[in-house]
Each structure stands twice: as C-alpha cells, then as structure tokens.
Design a protein around this ligand. Structure first.
Ligand SMILES: [Zn+2]
Length: 196
C-alpha cells in the first residue's frame, strides 16, 4: 500500500507587506515509484526534505499538479526524469502530451476532478494502511498562516477562499472530498482528520 510523507507544509503569509506562499508538497511512495503531489515554489525546503528521505531529484517518477497556480507548480520542471500530470493529461519533457485514465500510471492512486478554486483543479486520492483514505486536496481547502484552522463541517464549508473562481463548484468539490477522505492534506495548512 502507498505511504505518504509531507515534504513541505504549505504556507501563506505576509511579512512587511510582502507576500510569501508555497503549497504543501507531498511525497507518495507506492510500488517502488516516487510521486510528488504539488512541487510548491520553495526550492530549498523541498530539496532539503527530499534528501532526508534519501531521494534526489532524479528519483521522482511522477509529479501531479492539483492546479497550475505557480505557488503549487513552479518547481515541477526540476524533476527531469518525471512525467507531470494534471487533471487530465500526462506531460513529458520532450513535449509529448498524453491523456491519463484518472490514475497515476501503474498505481491505484486516483486523480479526481475538484474544480472551483480553479476550473481545472484536481485532487489526489491515496489508500494507506495507517490513515485510510488520504486526499491531497490542493486548494479545495487552504488557510493563511494567521487563520485558525477550523475543521468542523460547517466551518469548512463557510471558509472563504479569496481566490475562488467558481464558488458553487468549490462547495461541490469540498463535499466530494469530505465524503471520500479519512484525512485531508490542504494546499496550505496542516493535515486534518475528517469528522464522520
Ligand atoms: Zn495555493
């Protein structure tokens, strides 16, 4: 079964009027494959934590991007041996574009469509032994560092996303993710358990 490790906990804050943000970067190990969901944009933090897992840039087989906002995807290109997946396609570094079938190739890791924050937003569903179903949900759920992370159902639905593109679609995506997940890894903030 797949194993999950959060390499970088996503953050979003303002310091002296300057914005700093990088998404959560998550490592999944499954059947000998190394998969990163969202590379984020903090190169140093990402590489330091990859080394702690005894991995180098070359060892990454797939990078899945929940959406193409640069705080989530800026570093995707550094993984030269990887293929990069979004909500519907697989991109290779020779320019080849394939479609995927809703799974990371050669795994049971699912890529599910969760539009709203962005029209082409997707989330990644992973079955694990220790935590059940974990959904890496990108910005379906995210918090700025100064916000309190309230995880009761009502607060999760009421939480405002200042960058939302389609509010109705976002609420549907939140409902979908909450229905599927035992644990959720947000785009920025702490992983949390879903109260069933
Ligand atoms: Zn984000």
């Amino acid at each position: 079964m797949a194993e999950i490790k959060i390499l970088v906990k996503g953050y979003a804050r303002e310091e002296n009027g300057i914005e700093f943000a990088s998404s959560t970067a998550t490592l999944i190990k499954d059947g000998g494959l190394n998969i990163i969901v969202d590379s984020g944009m903090n190169r140093e933090m990402l590489l330091v934590n990859l080394v702690k897992e005894n991995l180098s840039i070359k060892d990454i087989d797939f990078v899945v991007l929940t959406h193409t906002h640069l705080d989530h995807c800026l570093l995707a290109g550094i993984f030269g041996n990887a293929k990069v997946l979004d909500n519907s396609n697989i991109f290779s570094f020779d320019g080849k574009i394939d479609e995927h079938d809703g799974k990371v190739p050669n795994t049971e890791i699912e890529i599910i469509r969760t539009p709203g924050h962005d029209q082409f937003h997707c989330s990644v569903l992973v079955r694990t032994e220790s935590q059940g179903v974990v959904v890496i949900a990108g910005d379906v759920f995210w918090w700025a560092d100064e916000e309190k992370q309230k995880i009761d159902r009502q607060s999760l639905f009421e939480h405002k996303d200042p960058y939302v593109k389609d509010p109705k679609a976002l609420q549907k995506s939140r409902e979908k993710v909450l229905g599927l997940a035992d644990y959720i890894i947000p785009g920025h903030g702490e992983m949390f358990k879903v109260n069933k």
